[in-house]
Every structure is written in structure tokens, then in C-alpha cells.
Design a protein around this ligand. Structure first.
Ligand SMILES: [Zn+2]
Ligand SMILES: [Zn+2]
Length: 436
């Protein structure tokens, strides 16, 4: 009931905008139905079989040349429309092992089996369903108005973003060789902190380098009452955790951003036993590659140095492993960002397009820009919060459910419409000036 009323009001409010974008009220209904379907049928990273088939079908229907199975379940859709630059728009497709608690009529009840064999609930808790719907809406709008732009559009639906793998796999499978190489890359990400109808952008570094590090501290176990006959890995772990905190606080410039968090520690089995190992799991974040290299080098040096000081022999020094689920930092090309911000401000009004600070979360979209030669890229934030809820939360200082929360609940209609209008306006702007 509530939803019905909302959509009626929304349709009235947005009618002029919808007409401007060349779409109709039924186009909005089409996209909402697609969104609800995607939201209700989420798939985990590396398992996006049904999702990618549906997106491929939608993009084919829109009139694009579609190739599936690029870097796993990746989909690439190309539309050549005369002479002009090549622009890539990217959406991701995967969902998360989260049990949805939004209470929405189209909430997910999906359960899937993870790589480790465990059954987990699955939810689109990062808004990738919004991203896909916006991609399809943009494809339909631009295919239906080919006289408004000139050049080549490459639409990418990428798998396994949450595992930091999809972009790497698609590039390794020839994304920029088998298909037109982009002059610009654009993406958007749902924001759980901005109201639907608004857009946020960051110039330069926008998201962090994200590394996961495993440290296996070894010791020489024994009886808890005879510590002098052991080398206690629990004490060594305690010293190491504190020492690691001084890398950011004492060795990195206060003007540079970095995070070292020890998120997990496991060791020992019983009160009176000194075990022979402790395992630590760290997340390590930074913006610049120099800082990243420094953090990883110092984590290794300090781990090994402390173990030596504790009297451990060379063969029992800690194993420090940087996992390959690395995500490079997102760097928004300043010129492209300025140009895009101007286009978006004229489309939505100054008050609806705001510059926001960078965050230390990660996004593997960064990889598409970091190829040789680099491709100017921009990832911006798409507001998804119910504007009414947003103003109440702002007034009362309440924290809204963030991305990856079981309560994350985008307001789809205005968010998707804003996303489609944003992408459409940016494509028309970037693929108009250089046309011949
Ligand atoms: Zn996410
Ligand atoms: Zn995401």
C-alpha cells in the first residue's frame, strides 16, 4: 500500500524529467520490475550465472552486440554509433553472504553454497542490483536516442567485485583487446549516506588500496606452568598487534591516510597450555602505492624482527602472506571529474550534486583505469536513501544502515531514475564534443 502511494506520487513528480530523458512512465515500471527481480534473486561472487544471463538478454534487447563469459560470468555489450570516443560504463553483479532483514515484499530469501561448502543467506546488500538496473536503463535510453551522441559505448557487467577479482579476470580475458579500448571509464556506486535524487563525487583518490594480510606466528609450545621452556606465541602476538599500530601513528605522515586493523586473532586451546601458533588476519588500507608498499614492508619486517627478539629460530619465524584479493585505490581523474560534475550540476541542480570526502572502502573498478596506458576514470556516488528518512536521520544524528548491512534498503525508483539520467547526460556530453 505504502509503495503504491509512493509510486503514484513519484510518477507525478518526475514526469517532466522522464520526458526530458526520452523515457516514459512505463519505462520506469520496466526498470523497477527488473530491479525487484534482481534484488529477489541475488547470487554470490563467482556464481552470477542467472544474473549475467538476464543482463545479457536485457542489453541484447536494447540493441547492443553482447558477448558473455568474459572473465567468468562477465558480460560485454557494445554499441557503435558513428565516429567518436569510446566510453565504458561498468556495473558489478555480485551479492553478499548477508541475511536480509529489510522486510521488503521483494526481500531475498535465497540461500547459496559458498566455496567452503557452507550454506549462507544471500542479499544484494551493496546495491549492485541498483547498478545493473541503471546500466540497463541507460542502454535502453541511449539506444533509443542515437542522434544525441556519437561514438562507441562499451557496457560491462562485471562479476566478483566483492572478492576484488572480477575486473582483473575480465582484463586478463582481453576486455581491452577483444573489445574497443575505452577513452573514458565511468561507474557509479550506491550510497547509503546520500538521499535518492542526489549525487556525490570525489576528485582524485576516492577509495582505498585494500589488502588482506595473514600472519601465522609460530612459537614453541609447552605447559602453562613452565613458560621458561617455551616460546609463547600469544605474548608475541600481543606485542606484535601493539607494535603494528605504531606504523600508522609513528611512521606515516599525519597528512597521509592509512589503516592497519587486526580483525581476527586465533590461538591456543586451553588455560594451561602454551600453544605453538597464533593466526592474525589484517586489513591494510592506503591511497598511494608508495604508502601501500611501505605498510606491507613494515608489517613483514616488524613481524620477523619481534619473533627474532623473542628468541625464535629462523625456521619458526612468522609467515606473512599478502592475499591476492587486493583492490587498488580508485583515483578519479581530476579533469574528467570536473567536467562530469559540471554536467551533473546542470542536469540536477547544484544542490543535488555535492563533493564528498574520500573513503577507505575498496572497489576493483580502479583496475580499469590503471591499465597501460591509463584510462581516465570516474566512479561517483548515487544517493539511495529515502529522502524523508534521510532528513529525520540527519536531524536526530542517527546512523543510517550502511552498505553491507542486512537493513540496507535503497529507495529504487528515484535512485534508478537519477542514475540513468546521470549516465545518459554524461555519455551525451562526453560523446558529443569530439564527434565528427
Ligand atoms: Zn560491497
Ligand atoms: Zn559494491
Amino acid at each position: 500500500m505504502h509503495r503504491f502511494c509512493y509510486f503514484a506520487i513519484y510518477a507525478l513528480l518526475t514526469l517532466p524529467a522522464a520526458l526530458r530523458a526520452g523515457s516514459t512512465a512505463s519505462e520506469g515500471d520496466y526498470l523497477i520490475a527488473l530491479y525487484e527481480h534482481l534484488h529477489e534473486h541475488p547470487e554470490l561472487s563467482f556464481q552470477e550465472q542467472e544474473t549475467s544471463a538476464r543482463i545479457a538478454l536485457e542489453l541484447e534487447r536494447a540493441g547492443f552486440q553482447v558477448t558473455t563469459g568474459v572473465g567468468g560470468y562477465g558480460v560485454v555489450a557494445v554499441l557503435e554509433n558513428g565516429t567518436g570516443p569510446v566510453l565504458m560504463l561498468r556495473s558489478d553483479m555480485d551479492a553478499l553472504p548477508v541475511r536480509e532483514q529489510t522486510g521488503l515484499p521483494y526481500a531475498s530469501t535465497v540461500v547459496a553454497t559458498q566455496d567452503d561448502g557452507n550454506e549462507v543467506p544471500v542479499m544484494h546488500a551493496c546495491g549492485h542490483d541498483v547498478h545493473m538496473t541503471v546500466l540497463v536503463g541507460t542502454a535502453r535510453a541511449l539506444a533509443a536516442s542515437r542522434d544525441t551522441w556519437h561514438g562507441t559505448l562499451v557496457l560491462v557487467a562485471q562479476p566478483a567485485e566483492e572478492r576484488g577479482a572480477g575486473a582483473r579476470l575480465m582484463l586478463a580475458d582481453g576486455l581491452f583487446k577483444r573489445f574497443p579500448r575505452p577513452d573514458y571509464n565511468l561507474a557509479l556506486h550506491a550510497s547509503a549516506e546520500l538521499p535518492a535524487g542526489s549525487i556525490g563525487y570525489t576528485r582524485g583518490y576516492a577509495m582505498a588500496n585494500v589488502d588482506s594480510v595473514d600472519i601465522n606466528i609460530r612459537g614453541i609450545g609447552g605447559h602453562g606452568a613452565y613458560p621458561h621452556k617455551t616460546r609463547d606465541p600469544v605474548v608475541l602476538a600481543a606485542e606484535l598487534i601493539l607494535q603494528l599500530q605504531t606504523i600508522v601513528s609513528r611512521e606515516i605522515s599525519p597528512l597521509e591516510s592509512a589503516v592497519i586493523t587486526v580483525g581476527s586473532i586465533h590461538g591456543g586451546s586451553k588455560h594451561n597450555i602454551i600453544g605453538d601458533s597464533v593466526k592474525l588476519q589484517l586489513t591494510v588500507r592506503s591511497y598511494s602505492d608508495e604508502t601501500r608498499d611501505y605498510l606491507l614492508r613494515r608489517i613483514r619486517e616488524i613481524s620477523i624482527g619481534l619473533a627474532r627478539t623473542a628468541g625464535l629460530p629462523e625456521e619458526l619465524l612468522p609467515e606473512v602472506r599478502v592475499k591476492d584479493e587486493y583492490t587498488p585505490s580508485v583515483y578519479n581523474d581530476p579533469l574528467l571529474t570536473d567536467k562530469a560534475a559540471a554536467v551533473l550540476k546542470s542536469e540536477f541542480g547544484e544542490q543535488n550534486v555535492r563533493e564528498v570526502p574520500p573513503v577507505m572502502a575498496g572497489e576493483d573498478f580502479a583496475r580499469y583505469g590503471r591499465t597501460q596506458p591509463p584510462v581516465p576514470s570516474l566512479l561517483f556516488w548515487l544517493g539511495t536513501v529515502d529522502p524523508e528518512r534521510y532528513s529525520v536521520a540527519t536531524e536526530e544524528g542517527e546512523n543510517l544502515p550502511g552498505l553491507h548491512s542486512p537493513l540496507f534498503k535503497p529507495l529504487p525508483a528515484p535512485a534508478i531514475e537519477t542514475g540513468v539520467r546521470a549516465f545518459t547526460a554524461l555519455v551525451r556530453s562526453l560523446l558529443a564534443a569530439a564527434s565528427s
